[in-house]
Ligand binder design. Sequence first.
Ligand code: G1P
Length: 291
Amino acid sequence: MKPVRKAVFPVGGMGTRFLPATKSMPKEMLPVVDKPLIQYAVEEARAAGIEEIIFVTGRGKAAIENHFDHSYELEDMLAKKNKTEILDQLINLLPNEGSISYTRQQEALGLGHAIYCAKNIVGNEPFAVLLADDLVNSSTPCLKQMIDLYNEKGGNVVAIEEVPREKTSSYGILDVAGRDGKVIEVKGLVEKPDPKDAPSNFSIIGRYILQPEVFSHLEKKVIGAGGEIQLTDAMAQMLGHIPFHGLLFDGERFDCGDKTGFILANIAFAMAREDMRDGIKDYLAKNKDRL
Ligand code: G1P
């Protein structure tokens, strides 16, 4: 079984839900406390042992490339002012030479199409996909939990959580063949089904481990839910041919593609910080009448 060494980050989306904030700034650069969403996702991948990072970008996303590069003026200024702690953080963020690649999705044809754009860079090996919108707070990185399961079972692995029935139309949903604790054996997948048609309430979050065969299905460019080329549909074509598991990961997931989820992530991450916790608690306590 080949190890998972590469991770794809689709970052081409327009971020219309966060306009006007995202008019001239990529949505992946929105900060949770003081770190952009994309940095959390990259740090999670690295902590899971990922060696190569592939960004599928689009027009207007240069800020992401700049974020993962030197900023000489800034580094010089921080060094002169002896601000070593933040300087070290910025330096640690930089990828090793040649371990980061960028390719562009030229048309917004859906998540499946974005992943297809990474085909040549991924090559013939398993790879991870991380959607920066989905921020996971956990003691063991979510992707690491998935790689541990992959090393046992092989095939495809998706991270999942249970959602209320009425929310199934926002997510990829599993049809369940069997369950062993936190591990679900998958027999079907549907993208954004109506609650009445949903085969379960196990929803896929933006974390995947995929076999490269997925590209041969994405290549067919079949149009699915919402008129887009869906990753879920390509994965569904692989069922029955390779092992396919959903993992009920340990941790808390925030849907930062949604404004409420994004604010909740900020509150949760700020509450976890000693320098901020008291300020937030005081504010909430003083304003409990407004709750
Ligand atoms: C995408 C996937 C969906 C998945 C979701 C997780 O949807 O298509 O299957 O459940 O990410 O966040 P999107 O959020 O891009 O609409």
